[in-house]
Design a protein around this ligand. Sequence first.
Ligand code: NAP
Length: 251
Amino acid sequence: MPDRQRVLILGGTSEAVDLANAVTDRFDITYSLAGRTKVPSIPKNATIRTGGFGGVAALSAWVRGHDVSLVIDATHPFAEQISANAANACKMTGTPRLRLLRPAWDTVPGDSWHRADDVADAARLLPLLGRAAFLSVGQKELNAFAGLRAMRFLIRTVDPLNSLPLLRAERIIGRGPFTLEQETALMREYKIDVLVSKNSGGNKTYAKIAAARVLSIPVVMIKRPCFPSGVTVDNIGEALEWLKLREQKTT
Ligand code: NAP
């Protein structure tokens, strides 16, 4: 048994980094990333591992093999596969798991949201709402919009894209958070008349939603996928409480 409990934090979000930074003095933290971003944000004083585990059985073996006593799934609300894998691996190994899931956004007066069930549904709605879309979705979702050949797109990514399946698209590089002023100016500059966004939640990427409201631009808001049942908290304070209880149980 190691001196300090080993905790695996599945990351890729700012709250995962913040949580890890808050507990590295009390727990032996391994912070896990998929490896999608070239220069990711990472916590200090944690062990960083990068890349997929290789599915549920391999993740279970990793958890056992590294004496992991607690798992915190702090991945993005749309990272459906790794969350499902984590839930199953924790079931298989009997490892307590916490889901840290930031609250979803909701409309406020002045918003014009068109809710989409998934990316395909968003692509179906889009031509009914505008001609120039700011597509604030991930690279793997862009294919869904490839058939919309009459539309113009703006794509912003952290790293340059390897390929782009869209006929008329302008690409820019940028890493948030962005301010309301920046997002408003960007949408004005590219003459955007509709925004497509996942309902990611949180403050760090909300400015584009507020900018759409300021500019009276409709938003196609893609709803979150279903996530596995289990203990879920929506803020770091509650995640710290959960960890504290687990810490007391084993000391
Ligand atoms: P995903 O579809 O749920 O996961 C696909 C596969 O990538 C998983 O099966 C797993 O591979 C690997 N993986 C994902 N997250 C991992 C992690 N934290 N550590 C180790 N392996 C991981 O995930 P995604 O939507 O591609 O997102 C990838 C990462 O980017 C996540 O960590 C997420 O927090 C972050 N992110 C996602 C979004 C988004 O919109 N989806 C936005 C911002 C950040 P194996 O099956 O081989 O283990």
